[in-house]
Every structure is written in C-alpha cells, then in structure tokens.
Design a protein around this ligand. Structure first.
Ligand SMILES: NC(=O)c1ccc[n+]([C@@H]2O[C@H](COP(=O)([O-])OP(=O)(O)OC[C@H]3O[C@@H](n4cnc5c(N)ncnc54)[C@H](OP(=O)(O)O)[C@@H]3O)[C@@H](O)[C@H]2O)c1
Length: 243
C-alpha cells in the first residue's frame, strides 16, 4: 500500500484509532491532516509524523459545532482521502441519557461526516476519484444496553456509507465503513470492567489494538481495494459473525 502524493484528512486523529491511522498513512507516503479538539495531543501526533516523507499538520476543530466543521474544510482544502473516525459514546440508560449528549453524539458521529463528505466527495470526483472510510461499531447492528443513542448514530453513519457509495461510485469515489468491536483506546477506559465479558464472546479471544483497525482503514483507501465500495467491514475479531 502506498499513498504517495495523496492528501488525507483523519478526524479524531489526536487519540486511539485515528492517531494510529494518521501515522500509518504518513508512513506510506501521504500528507496527513490531523484534526481533533485537543491541541497538545494534535501537535504531538504531528511531531511524531515529522520523520515521514510528506508534511503533516494539525487543525483544531470541534465537530460538535457546524461552523467549526466548515472552518476545518476551508483550512484543510481539498483532500484525496477522508477518514471519518472521530466519535464518542455516552454510556447511559435511555431514561438517564441527556439531550445534549444525544445531540452531540449525532453531531459528531453523523452530521460532521455528512458535512465533510458533502464538501469533499464532489471535489474528489472532480480530481478523478477518492476514498472515504467511516468508522462505525458492532453496536450499530447489535443491541447494547446503555448505548442506544450511540448505536443509532453509528447505524445512521452506516446507512450514509451505502447511500454515498451509490451516489459517488459512478464518479470514482469509493465509500466504505469499518465496524469495530472492543478496541484498546482511551475510549474503552470507562468500560474496562466490562472487557472480560466482551472478550469472552470474541472468537479471536481479545480486543483489537488500534493499529489493527488502522490497517483495515488504510486498505479500504488503497488501490488494493479498488473494487470495494458500500461495504461495512467488521473488524472485530469475528464477534459479529458468531452466536
Ligand atoms: N475503542 C472502541 O472500542 C471502539 C469500538 C467501536 C467503535 N469505536 C469508534 O472508533 C472511533 C475512534 O475511537 P477511539 O476508540 O480511537 O476513541 P478515542 O481514543 O477516545 O478517540 C476519539 C477521537 O475522536 C475525537 N473527538 C471526539 N469528540 C470530538 C469532537 N467533538 N470534535 C472533534 N473531535 C472529537 C477525539 O479528539 P479530541 O479529544 O482531541 O477532541 C479523539 O481524537 C470512534 O468513532 C468510536 O466511536 C471505538
């Protein structure tokens, strides 16, 4: 896999899966734009990429704020590859979930990818093609108590993945998603006590490392996956495939 001459925007690249994805793209020759809210973590990721052949830069943006998403698009300029990775969950029973939390989950997990794709996919098409990967979860497809709003938001993102594949495929833009199982990032820390239960149901017998997700994302953006679009690929150690 090589991404020489490609410009890649990875949202949520200040931590976890996004950080590993940004590093991987940079190692394979891409110029990477790292974005997230946390400036110090963002700058640290860019410093980490400094040894890579192409330049990387950080743009701070809060994807819960539409004006910030629009500013990010303006500052970043056109890209060849978009990874809609930023996301979060509010773990709460439905009756105790906050309206602000629900709005934020839909803003970050659904609306921001929508605005970014609306801005970038036509430009990718105009440049001869491109690739978009959306980061989802097995909870989009399987009920999980305490994650109703999050699961619904990621289910919407998976639906968008298929619609965008239909809409932009004829213009050479491929759109896919990865559906994660438990992955060892800071987002898992509050759920660490539930990890043994999760892992017991995973055929491969462990949670994922972020680089294993990054490898799948990069593959779906590479020439090696040139005939794959509209797919939601489980990257979950087999969890979704078994009882
Ligand atoms: N870890 C898992 O087990 C798991 C399982 C299924 C799906 N996922 C999905 O995988 C993706 C990556 O998560 P992760 O596990 O790598 O979590 P993480 O380590 O907590 O990273 C989340 C990233 O999203 C960014 N982000 C969150 N809210 C944001 C906002 N309002 N504006 C801009 N950026 C925001 C964070 O950046 P800042 O903090 O700098 O804003 C951070 O870079 C998410 O979409 C998540 O839903 C994770």
């Amino acid at each position: 896999m090589r991404f020489d001459g490609k410009k890649v925007l990875v949202t949520g690249a200040t931590s976890g899966v996004g950080r590993e994805t940004a590093k991987l793209f940079a190692q394979h020759g891409a110029a990477v734009i790292v974005t997230g809210r946390n400036e110090s973590r963002g700058k640290a990721v860019v410093e980490d990429l400094a040894t890579a052949s192409a330049p990387a830069r950080f743009i701070a943006a809060d994807l819960n704020v539409s004006d910030d998403v629009r500013r990010l698009i303006q500052e970043a300029g056109d890209v060849d590859i978009l990874v809609n990775n930023a996301g979060f969950w509010e773990l709460a029973p439905t009756a105790e979930a906050t309206e602000a939390g629900l709005d934020a989950m839909f803003a970050v997990n659904v609306k921001a990818p929508f605005l970014l794709t609306a801005a970038y996919a036509p430009a990718m098409a105009g440049n001869g093609g491109g690739a978009i990967v959306n980061v989802s979860t097995m909870v989009a497809d399987r009920g999980q108590a305490g994650m109703a709003g999050y699961g619904a938001a990621k289910a919407a993102l998976e639906s968008l993945t298929r619609s965008w594949a239909a809409e932009y495929g004829p213009q050479g833009v491929r759109v896919n998603a990865v559906a994660l199982g438990p992955t060892m990032t800071p987002a898992m820390d509050p759920m660490a006590h539930m990890l043994p239960t999760f892992v017991a149901a995973i055929p491969l017998g462990r949670a994922a490392q972020p680089i294993e997700i990054a490898n799948a994302i990069a593959y779906l953006c590479s020439e090696e996956s040139s005939f794959i679009t509209g797919a939601v690929v489980p990257v979950d150690g087999g969890r979704q495939s078994v009882l």
